[in-house]
Write a protein that binds this ligand. Structure first.
Ligand code: C5P
Length: 220
């Protein structure tokens, strides 16, 4: 995945036409589009290929099963045209290895969730985040998902992984995180959903956040 705007759109709408319209309108401001259960359950897996016309697609299925099931899920995701898949790390090394094996076969990427961005993410998963980050490095993942709502955690995770993995960070805007803070904490990309797709003008909202990120990067 190329790093230009350092922003990923989380496209959690449930109408095909709306999804395609937003993707087309904001494509110049995003490096990738993340889709998950809301859009895919509503419209079908083919939406991945349709969106891939605008930007690389990350399939956020937070895959969390035994290795064989993970393998079967990842096969479907990459056959459908996704460029990357998001998987959970808490299921352990063998489950992660299965995803990475399939991704490598297709020349695609795996992002591992180390910690979630909502308040409940601190209840159980946070205490395992650092071990998950180390495992993701050893397993050869492409990147980690770390919370924009807690930039100090992004900083911690960055210290652990150095530049061996990328970090994508959801939680900007609607969940309270600020794009420039997360980029300065060490994230490679911020993930933004509602603040863009619920805005009166998704294009203007995306442009504004993209400018904030570029200003932060220029100031570094
Ligand atoms: O609308 P909002 O900007 O809060 O969207 C954030 C997106 O990132 C959602 O698709 C959510 O499922 C996802 N996500 C998250 N925290 C994680 C992993 C994914 O918020 N740890």
């Amino acid at each position: 995945m190329e790093r230009n705007t350092c922003m990923i759109l989380a496209l959690d709408v449930t109408e095909r036409e709306e999804a395609l319209k937003i993707a087309e309108n904001v494509r110049e401001f995003v490096d990738a589009i993340k889709v998950g259960y809301p859009l895919i359950l509503a419209t079908g897996l083919d939406i991945i290929r349709e969106l891939a016309r605008f930007a690389p697609v990350i399939a956020d299925f937070k895959v969390a099963d035994i290795p064989n099931t993970n393998r079967l899920i990842c096969e479907q995701v990459f056959k459908a045209g996704a460029d990357a898949v998001i998987v959970q790390g808490f299921t352990g090394r063998d489950s992660l290895d299965a995803c990475i094996e399939v991704a490598s076969k297709y020349g695609k990427d795996v992002f591992v969730v180390s910690e979630m961005s909502h308040p409940g993410g601190a209840e159980f998963l946070q205490s395992a985040a650092e071990a998950i980050a180390k495992m993701a490095v050893e397993a050869g993942a492409f990147g980690l998902v770390a919370p924009a709502t807690r930039p100090e955690r992004v900083k911690e995770i960055r210290k652990i992984i150095g530049d061996r993995l990328t970090i994508i960070s959801p939680g900007v805007g609607a969940q309270g995180g600020k794009a420039s803070d997360v980029i300065s904490a060490g994230a490679d990309w911020v993930i933004v959903g509602r603040s863009i797709y619920k805005a009166e003008s998704p294009k203007e909202a995306a442009c504004e956040i993209a400018e904030e990120i570029q200003a932060e990067l220029r100031g570094k």
